[in-house]
Each structure stands twice: as structure tokens, then as C-alpha cells.
Design a protein around this ligand. Structure first.
Ligand code: TQI
Ligand code: CA
Ligand code: ZN
Ligand code: ZN
Length: 170
């Protein structure tokens, strides 16, 4: 079953159009256009299931959600740990910060393979966006919000449990 963060924080009902910005991408070798496409697909999984809508903000514009790649300590008290271990973290509503560990062997789309330590960026993005929207972890194996993923695999489709969880919030 799905869970929420303690206190059930969510984006308020008058905020159904949310913007996101890629604010720190110099620490990854993935090009900007590819990143835009991956995050657009990941946000679309959640907007398809709710009345929420997401748009990428123009570079430099204020955004509700900020996405960036960081290595090691990056000033929020939750430093990254190099390859594997923690892959990414996102804060609960309405903080909006979503950080990815620049040290991971991120892969995009079909390049996801079981080769040593490859991590599918879109799969992690779909999971972290669940957190950004207010979902905690689920006990349902195979759901997006289940707290494990195997390296080299892709998991981007919301499960019934994820849809029920997000639809109970939005
Ligand atoms: N990052 C953890 C996560 O996003 C951070 C975390 C631990 C957390 N406990 C939490 C976040 C409780 C919110 C609430 O779950 S991670 C996965 C998964 C991670 C893990 O790097 O371990 C994914 C990132 F689910 F596969 F284990 C993405 Cl998909
Ligand atoms: Ca790591
Ligand atoms: Zn961080
Ligand atoms: Zn999680």
C-alpha cells in the first residue's frame, strides 16, 4: 500500500500547474536536450494520472521544482556517496528540490543495461517525482514507490497502487 509523508504534505489545490527547472546539469555528461526529454516523460507519467500539469520553466526563471546533479556534499546536509548507494533524493511538498548523484552511471532509454552499476535515469526520476508530490514508499512490490530497484532495469510505468496513491492526493 502507498504512504504519504508525515502530516500528508501536498501541493495546494490552487496549484495544479507546476513548473520545473534543470538548474544544475554541469556535473553530468548527459546533454541538455536528452535531460529535458527524460524529465518531460517522467512528469507525464504523473500528470496522466491526475489533474496536475507540469511544464519546464525557461532557464533562469523561478520554478516550483528544481532539478540538479551534485557530487558529494552539496550543502543540504545529505551529501551523496559516489557510485550506487544513494542515487537521488527529493524533498516533500512544497519544497521542490530534487537532487541526483552525479557519480552514478546514469543511462537513458534503451541504453539501460545490466552492465556494472548502470542506473536508469527515467526510472529514478519517476520515483523521485512521486516524493516531490507527497508520496512516501509503498509496500507493493513492483510499484514505482516500492523502495528498491535493480540496477540495469527500467521501471517507469505507474502501478495501480501508485495511481491510487496519487489520485487520493490530487
Ligand atoms: N534515495 C532514497 C529514495 O528516494 C532516499 C530516501 C530514503 C527517502 N528514505 C526515504 C526519500 C524516505 C523519501 C522518503 O527512496 S535512493 C530508489 C528505489 C532511491 C531509491 O537513492 O535510495 C529510487 C532513488 F526506490 F528504487 F529504491 C530512487 Cl527508484
Ligand atoms: Ca550514490
Ligand atoms: Zn541534496
Ligand atoms: Zn524513495
Amino acid at each position: 500500500l502507498y504512504t504519504y509523508f508525515p502530516g500528508g504534505p501536498m501541493w495546494p489545490p490552487f496549484r495544479r500547474d507546476l513548473t520545473y527547472a534543470l538548474t544544475a546539469t554541469s556535473a553530468t555528461s548527459i546533454d541538455r536536450a536528452t535531460l529535458s526529454a527524460v524529465f518531460a516523460r517522467a512528469f507525464a507519467r504523473w500528470s496522466d494520472a491526475t489533474t496536475l500539469r507540469f511544464a519546464e520553466a525557461a532557464p533562469g526563471a523561478d520554478a516550483d521544482i528544481t532539478i540538479g546533479f551534485y557530487a558529494g556534499d552539496h550543502g543540504d546536509g545529505e551529501g551523496f556517496d559516489g557510485p550506487l548507494g544513494t542515487l537521488a533524493h527529493a524533498f516533500s511538498p512544497t519544497d521542490g528540490r530534487f537532487h541526483l548523484d552525479a557519480a552514478e552511471a546514469w543511462t537513458v532509454g534503451d541504453s539501460a543495461s545490466s552492465s556494472s552499476g548502470a542506473v536508469d535515469l527515467e526510472s529514478v526520476a519517476v520515483h523521485e517525482i512521486g516524493h516531490l508530490l507527497g508520496l512516501g514508499h509503498s509496500s507493493v512490490q513492483g510499484s514505482i514507490m516500492y523502495p528498491t530497484i535493480r540496477t540495469g532495469t527500467r521501471k517507469v510505468e505507474l502501478e495501480t497502487d501508485d495511481v491510487q496513491g496519487i489520485q487520493s492526493l490530487y
